[in-house]
Design a protein around this ligand. Sequence first.
Ligand code: SF4
Length: 269
Amino acid sequence: MKNIVTYGGGTQSTAMILMALNKEFGLSRPDFGVYADTGCEPEFINEYVNYFINYVKNIYDFDIYKIMHREGLDQHILTPPISSRNGNFYTSSTPPFYTKSPTGKVGMLMRQCTSDYKIKPLRKLINSKFKRGEPYIKWIGISFDERSRMRISTEKKIINFYPLVENFIRRNQSIEYVIKQGLKPPQRSSCYFCPFHSNNYWQWLRKYHNKEFQKAVEFEIQTQNLIQTQDLIFLHSSCKPLSEVEFINKNQLSAFPELIDECAGECGI
Ligand code: SF4
């Protein structure tokens, strides 16, 4: 059966691919890799993805194919298709925006972005390389710390495989492994505006990649004016404008999930 590795552009999938290509932990070389680009990764992730794809091609002659659904997720949200019949539009592929109702009740929109911008494009790309119905093993880079994100495949022809979990490899070990191979350390990968970002991540982005942070601030303002819901939408769980959030890490459990790590191939939150 063929083995396809999903590349997310972040720490864990980078380490997983290198380990397989170096035949560590009894892993064998996968057939090829796939990367679904949402078009909204910060520039430092785009640079790393290109660097890594070139690296594995040059050193291991290993192919990672890239695919992007339509024009990119942020553009899709900001320019929703308008019906020629009645002039209405509706927003699809929505990220899990936080919402605040006129009475102050906080909620979250259902996440559609992962399916439309990650899972479906990856499936399309893989299917284009296989015979119809051909089964395959899909490698997913989730570390042992995050094993609760593992999922059983819902498609009969796909077997999900989690090499890092099966080998008890934690996130820190993944980072160390990549550095030991002489590569630049990867960062967490996700859309610059992802509402699943933790306070730590937002703080880090504001401090070290302020341009990307300001893009997220601007994106929030634009979507608030666009998305047709009675509630106001926000990127942060406090439901304050991103530019005004203090990002205090209270170390307390939230009612909402946070992006633990990269949107690894499938954003398996
Ligand atoms: S990183 Fe966040 S916004 Fe981007 S596709 Fe994944 S869940 Fe959606």
